[in-house]
Design a protein around this ligand. Structure first.
Ligand code: CP
Ligand code: NVA
Length: 317
């Protein structure tokens, strides 16, 4: 049966560990498995702009011996030119996998349901699973190198604390699931009214009972970063919310990642951002360009982790 990647909630902790172990090998040698997806094609159906997701999937597919076809918002025009169901059924006759970047999360579910090939969520308004997987891979890799050489990347996450400061958005929702699945602690600080999805918080806390991850939701950025080994932020207004930015700049002003906020974090704190960043808003130039910032390693790891995802989902069809 085909397998999709719509939410991290659907992955087992074991599957995440396997993906990370494969990504380690793929990162070490970009030519590894360079024929494994030979003859396969990936469709990238994007209803929103992208740099990292599009390029990392396209190049990743190429490095694995396959091809990709990018379909911009105006081409497929999902749900307008034809229904998602019809588009999914048609495109499944040509390609071996689909990455969908869309607004409503239900579009991902509908696409996965109708498509005869694996569907990967390349970001919806609700979640961004490929991002959060690459993020936790990056953290595990960093800490394995720093102190526990040889330890499996996924296992290194247990007991670490990530503080997410900003909007409780799609990236935040996926980080909650990812932390819960891997046993990493997560503290989320958002202004009132901008907390992550309440169902995600509830489900993550349920999953965390097994993995012993601690999940905390607060409105106090200083207490959130206190002692954290990793501090993470994202834009205050996501794609589709651009017209709210002026209002949000006022509401989020105390949630900026700056040098002062980071003084309470653990020594050598790692700073992360999924990018694109709005420098001077959610993060200062000084922090973004500091030695603590690992934002571009994080961006690079999107490709290594997604190559592992592509191998797992597409090589069996
Ligand atoms: N982080 C991320 O998904 O970036 P893009 O929107 O550029 O793909
Ligand atoms: N929360 C951001 C993430 C971009 C990768 C957005 O949805 O625009």
């Amino acid at each position: 049966m085909k397998k999709d990647l719509i939410s991290i909630k659907d992955l087992t902790s074991q599957e995440i560990e396997e993906l990370f172990n494969l990504a380690v090998k793929l990162k070490r040698d970009r030519t590894k498995f360079n024929k494994v997806l030979s003859g396969k094609t990936l469709a990238l159906i994007f209803q929103k702009p992208s740099n990292r997701t599009r390029v990392s999937f396209e190049v990743g597919m190429y490095q694995l011996g396959g091809n990709s076809v990018y379909l911009s918002p105006s081409e497929i025009n999902l749900g307008v030119r034809e229904t998602i169901k019809d588009a999914a059924k048609t495109i499944s006759r040509y390609v071996d996998g689909i990455v969908l970047r869309t607004f409503e999360h239900k579009n991902c579910l509908d696409m996965a349901h109708a498509a005869g090939v694996p569907v990967i969520n390349g970001l919806s308004d609700f979640s961004h699973p490929c991002q959060a997987l690459a993020d936790l891979f990056t953290i595990g890799e960093k800490f394995s190198r720093l102190s526990h050489a040889g330890q499996k990347v996924a296992r290194r996450l247990k007991g670490l604390t990530l503080a997410y400061v900003g909007d409780g958005n799609n990236v935040c929702n996926s980080l909650l699931y990812a932390a819960a699945k891997t046993g990493m602690n997560i503290v989320v600080a958002t202004p009132a009214g901008y907390a992550p999805d309440s169902e995600v918080v509830k489900q993550s806390k349920e999953i965390a009972k097994e993995t012993l991850s601690q999940i905390t939701i607060t409105q106090d950025p200083s207490s959130a970063v206190n002692g954290a080994q990793v501090v993470y932020t994202d834009v205050w207004a996501s794609m589709g919310q651009e017209e709210e930015i002026n209002k949000r700049k006022i509401i989020f002003k105390d949630f900026q990642i700056n040098a002062k906020l980071l003084t309470a974090a653990a020594p050598g704190v790692l700073v992360m951002h999924c990018l694109p960043a709005h420098r001077g808003e959610e993060i200062t130039d000084e922090v973004m360009d500091s030695k603590n910032s690992i934002v571009f390693e994080q961006a690079e790891n999107r490709m290594h982790v997604q190559k592992a995802i592509l191998i797992k989902l597409l090589s069996k069809n």
